[in-house]
Ligand binder design. Structure first.
Ligand code: G3P
Length: 217
């Protein structure tokens, strides 16, 4: 399973990247706003840091302007994936940009039918938003499962990028289902290490180390 980090915060990306935990990065307008940085500048810095795909989202809603923005974004670096919304115009932009040989991430996916359209339009990644479905009492994970089934039925090679991940359980469940990629905030990825039995076990070992004065160096 590939890990993308869902942030535009350089320090957080660098910390996880140094541990080999970063296969790519996703950003969106809200994350760019949160960073307080210029989109082109911060995206370039991220691309310099990370080898894998870095998603940068268009701002337009009509296909022609999305395509023009996408063509500007891919000039930033070779590893840019242009992110377009799952609208009819977004699909048109996806088709043109993917035909031109660029990676495209189709975002804001909330149904299996939308995911089929994105695959047919040549999307490199489809981003179903798990957390936002859970927010309205639907089952985000069920959508990941459905898309996996349908993509496998027809051999679509669009990668399922489970997005809007809010918890460590979303990551484990996405892995069980076979999502190709998860994108999660740095804090959620770091929380994967937590287990109370690890803490309890380590406390007991530390107590025995002290009692027996065990020294290695
Ligand atoms: O990758 C999409 C993600 O940033 C959206 O997450 O938590 O705003 O629904 P959230």
């Amino acid at each position: 399973m590939k890990f993308f980090v869902d942030t535009a915060e350089i320090d957080a990306i660098a910390e996880l990247n140094d541990l080999g935990m970063v296969d790519g990065v996703t950003t969106n307008p809200s994350l760019i706003k949160k960073s307080g940085r210029d989109i082109i500048e911060v995206t370039k810095e991220i691309c310099d840091l990370v080898d894998g795909p870095v998603s940068a989202e268009v701002t337009a809603t009509d296909a022609d302007t999305m395509i023009a923005e996408g063509r500007k974004l891919v000039e930033i670096a070779e590893n840019i994936a242009v992110k377009v919304p799952l609208t009819w115009d977004g699909l048109k932009a996806c088709k043109t940009l993917s035909d031109d040989g660029h990676m495209v991430n189709v975002t804001l996916c909330f149904s299996v039918n939308q995911a089929i359209l994105a695959a047919k339009a040549g999307a490199t990644f489809i981003s179903p938003f798990i957390g936002r479905l859970d927010d309205i009492n639907l089952d985000g994970m069920e959508l990941i499962e459905d898309i996996r089934t349908v993509y496998d039925n027809y051999g679509y090679d669009t990668q399922i990028l489970a997005a809007s991940i809010r918890s460590v359980n979303h990551i484990a469940d996405s892995a069980r289902i076979g999502a190709d990629v998860i994108t999660a905030p740095p804090a959620v990825i770091k929380a994967m290490v937590n287990h109370p039995l690890t803490d309890k076990g380590l406390a007991a070992f530390l107590s025995d180390i002290k009692a027996a004065e065990i020294k290695i160096l």
